[in-house]
Design a protein around this ligand. Structure first.
Ligand code: URA
Length: 263
């Protein structure tokens, strides 16, 4: 008997065979497909007990880490993080990794980082760089939405340093698996967690840091740009992104050089 999954798979395969390379998905379809993908990797017996570093491909390593994160006791045992784990999105072969704070209401609902308003702002910034979400790897320093009690609704909070520390081994293993050319910390929470540096974004940005031998740039979180429309904030983020583009040896046009206000 054909399941719904088989029918969708066959339909997509048919499109692929006839040369279609992209298919538009709405939020619900994207969420269903992601759930199928996770169940698939979670039940793949070949990878069950192998330590991450011994796995051969980046795809295997990231799938393994996704499963580990799902049942990651240091985070789950805290009791201060919500149930649903939200892992990462994007290209596991990407040269650029972006690290955010933690999933919020929208991300928890759809099971994907940066899909709410901050995610739209991030997409705009990437577009201005000549990139798309699919070209980069996007993850969070904390893999669970921080809890705020029974009536949390759509409210979000930043993860505590303990919650970040609990998730950090997973994030570090992700970065070792991906081995990007460059990492961007989006906001102070990600920077504090990844770099072990305290201080405001304004004191941490504008210079190169390092994590596991990989250059790291700190910039403002996209939600800061949503709250702060000032030209100076947009200019600062764009200057950071130009430095990142140079590090990645991406082409930079005159227009991009002079364009410091992605909106
Ligand atoms: N903000 C973050 O830092 N991460 C997300 O995934 C969404 C919003």
């Amino acid at each position: 008997m054909h399941t719904l999954k088989d029918i969708v798979h066959e339909g997509l395969k048919g499109l692929q065979d006839t040369g279609t390379r992209t298919v538009a998905l709405d939020d619900e379809a994207r969420s269903i497909l992601l759930n199928w993908q996770h169940t698939q990797t979670a039940t793949s017996p070949a990878q069950k007990e192998q330590p991450c570093e011994q796995l051969q491909t980046v795809e295997q390593k990231i799938a393994y880490l996704r499963r580990r994160a799902e049942s990651w006791k240091p985070a789950r045992n805290m009791g201060t993080l919500r149930e649903k784990m939200v892992f990462s999105v994007g290209d596991v072969h990407a040269r650029l990794v972006l690290v955010g704070e933690a999933p919020g209401y929208d991300e928890e609902r759809l099971g994907e980082p940066f899909v709410g308003k901050a995610g739209q702002k991030l997409n705009e910034i990437l577009r201005a760089m000549g990139l798309a979400r699919e070209n980069v790897y996007i993850t969070n320093i904390c893999k669970f939405r921080p809890a705020m009690g029974d009536n949390q609704g759509t409210a979000n909070r930043a993860p505590t340093s303990e919650e970040i520390a609990a998730c950090l081994p997973i994030v570090q293993a992700e970065l070792r698996a991906i081995r990007p050319v460059c990492i961007v910390c989006l906001g102070a929470t990600a920077a504090h967690g990844l770099l072990g540096q305290q201080g405001s974004v304004s004191s941490l940005r504008g210079t190169w840091w390092e994590h596991g031998g990989v250059p790291v740039r700190v910039t403002y979180h996209p939600s800061y740009l949503l709250r702060n429309e000032a030209l100076s904030a947009r200019r600062a983020v764009w200057e950071d992104m130009l430095a990142v583009m140079e590090k990645l040896e991406l082409p930079i046009s005159e227009k991009q050089r002079g364009y410091f206000s992605p909106r």
